[in-house]
Write a protein that binds this ligand. Structure first.
Ligand code: G4P
Length: 552
């Protein structure tokens, strides 16, 4: 039992995600953050853990073959930061590949802070930009980590200028690197003048050597070659004068990003990054929600907009991801539940707001870096895995009262729509079930046209189809064929503010052959081209054609 109050328990949690363009070093950094936090003992464990998972679950072969990560999860560890407070860190793992941006987007809804990793030689790359935009949209504050200093890097000032100009974010350097690549000497802390020397890996050695202890820059001449030491002291003055000092409020409001540097591979700058996360990343945020009876409740009071404080007594939260097949023998599904408030105890009964269903959470899972454990208790900011057999879907809100509804987990209109058939016609029923299962997990989207018996499957990227085909084969024993569909776009439809249900019915009647429903039975218009979407939206001004649908 915790001796801390609810608000204190919530206040010591840091739930964050790492965003990066593929290859910038997200996996390596994850591993070294876990190492710095004492969650694992040796580098290589995250990959080893990945390997393990992969051998358990065949569909993840695809991850291995492509060398990409497609399944997001969470890693939890407790670490005492320099202020003496034992903090709980929840690192949400986001898939890096761009085809999975939808998944990443949902994971970011569960994060309170993001670490943006840049490759020091490349700066901001396309996927960095996309992910950054998601964070900005959701007001997620960003800590920047410029990685791979052990290789030849761009000029640090140019990197900061790029952050300022392309992201409209004020960079506040916390440290400043002394050169890079072969000439990397270390880094100096702005304000304090503390110098952290860098120890090069001896040529021909496989072993890393520890970096020497930090010392005042003035006393660090031994780490430099002729002229470099004085030059760095001058640079430090210049940088301190030329860039704003870090302001936490401005960071929390999304105007400023603290910039740290290092080399994930060489475990340089990682302790400093972890300290920054512990000190500056916000504790679980207050979340907007609605108090609303489940649909179809008789005489239900009107919904009320509320704000859920992390210290609020009732357990509330939402499912941001459903992960299947962590154990292929059981075909289990684990719903990743991000808590927004309350004190969760194992065995508790929670209700799903949108269905009114109730479930006893007897075997909740906490994901520690090296192990999974039953969660006995959890607080706001924590992510627990709830095993279930399809009761929980992405976007579901759970609470003790069953009346709290969090919005904001979107579905995106797919960019590719294909028809899917099973080779053995006797297995058509199985196909339906399997497709529904995958759609509930959010792997792909499923549309059932009003006319005809085909299923249309939608995805944001081609890779999603490959994952899907692989999983249909491995888990459901279904040999499927994807065929081109006549549709180019899918749009959710609803009456606009001055439209009515009759307008919707009128439209649906005229376009019956192109009408479908999604997994939640929401009406969808399947357009043959983007021109057609434009055309119908002009002709039917009382209908809204939308590219995203908020779930939950
Ligand atoms: P990702 O998850 O963002 O895609 O990146 P990942 O960590 O897998 O890193 C991509 C490559 O960059 C890896 O090399 C990794 O070792 C390397 N890397 C990561 N951080 C650093 C760093 O600080 N310095 C240097 N020099 N390299 C770094 P790889 O050759 O593709 O893979 P591997 O054979 O090393 O596993």
């Amino acid at each position: 039992m915790s001796k801390l109050t609810l608000a204190e328990e919530a206040g010591r949690r840091r739930t964050f995600a790492i965003i990066a363009h593929p290859d910038a070093g997200k996996t390596t950094l994850t591993e070294h953050i876990l190492l710095a936090g004492g969650a694992i003992r040796a580098a290589g464990a995250v990959r080893a853990r990945g390997e393990n998972r992969r051998t358990q679950s065949d569909w993840m072969k695809i991850e291995k073959e492509r060398g990409i990560s497609v399944s997001a999860s969470v890693m939890t560890f407790e670490h005492t930061t320099s202020d003496g407070v034992a903090k709980m860190f929840n690192l949400l793992d986001t898939p890096g590949h761009e085809d999975f941006s939808e998944d990443t987007y949902r994971t970011l809804t569960a994060a309170d802070c993001a670490i943006m990793v840049l490759d020091a030689a490349k700066g901001i790359e396309p996927q960095t930009l996309k992910l950054f935009e998601v964070c900005r949209l959701r007001d997620i504050p960003i800590i920047t980590f410029i990685n791979k200093l052990d290789r030849e890097a761009q000029d640090p000032m140019a990197l900061l200028d790029e952050i300022a100009s392309r992201l409209q974010l004020d960079p506040a350097p916390i440290w400043w690197p002394a050169e890079s690549g072969n000439r990397l000497r270390g880094m100096v802390e702005m304000g304090t003048g503390k110098f952290q020397p860098y120890a090069k890996k001896p040529a021909g050695s496989k072993e890393d050597v520890p970096h020497p202890a930090a010392l005042p820059l003035a006393d660090a001449a031994q780490y430099f070659e002729a002229g470099e030491h004085e030059a760095l002291m001058e640079t430090q003055e210049l940088i301190e004068a030329g860039y704003p000092t870090f302001n936490r409020q401005s960071f929390l409001e999304g105007h400023m990003t603290p910039v740290l540097w290092g080399s994930a591979l060489r475990h340089f700058g990682i302790d400093e990054l972890l300290a920054a996360i512990g000190e500056w990343a916000p504790p679980p945020k207050v979340m907007p929600a609605r108090k609303e009876a489940p649909p179809e409740t008789r005489n239900a009071p009107a919904p009320v907009e509320i704000e859920v404080e992390p210290g609020h007594a009732e357990v509330t939260g939402f499912v941001f991801k459903v992960q299947a097949n962590m154990d292929p023998n059981h075909r289990d599904r684990i719903a990743m539940f991000r808590m927004a408030s309350g004190s969760f105890k194992r065995g508790m009964k929670l209700k799903v707001q949108n269905t009114g269903k109730s479930l006893s959470v007897n075997a909740p899972i906490m994901f520690f870096a090296s192990d999974r454990e039953l969660a006995e208790d959890a607080y706001a900011g924590d992510v627990i895995g709830i095993p279930n057999h399809g009761v929980l879907r992405v976007g579901d809100s759970l609470s003790e009262s069953g009346l709290i509804r969090f919005a904001g987990l979107p579905n995106f209109a797919p960019e590719i729509l294909q028809r899917v058939r099973v080779k053995d016609p006797l297995k058509a029923k199985h196909l339906k079930k399997a497709l529904e299962g995958l759609a509930e997990e959010g792997v792909t989207q499923l549309f059932r046209p009003e006319l005809g018996s085909d299923f249309i499957v939608g995805a944001v990227g081609q890779l999603q189809f490959e994952v899907m085909a692989d999983r249909l084969g491995e888990e459901y024993n279904l040999d499927v064929i994807f065929e081109p569909s006549p549709y180019a776009e899918a749009r959710w439809i609803a009456p606009t503010a001055d439209g009515t249900k009759a307008d919707l019915d009128d439209f649906a009647g005229k376009y019956r052959p192109q009408m479908a429903v999604d997994i939640d039975q929401a009406p969808v218009f399947l357009a043959k081209s983007s021109w057609e979407t434009g055309y119908v939206s002009e002709r039917f001004p009382k209908i809204a054609f939308t590219k995203t649908k908020e779930r939950g």
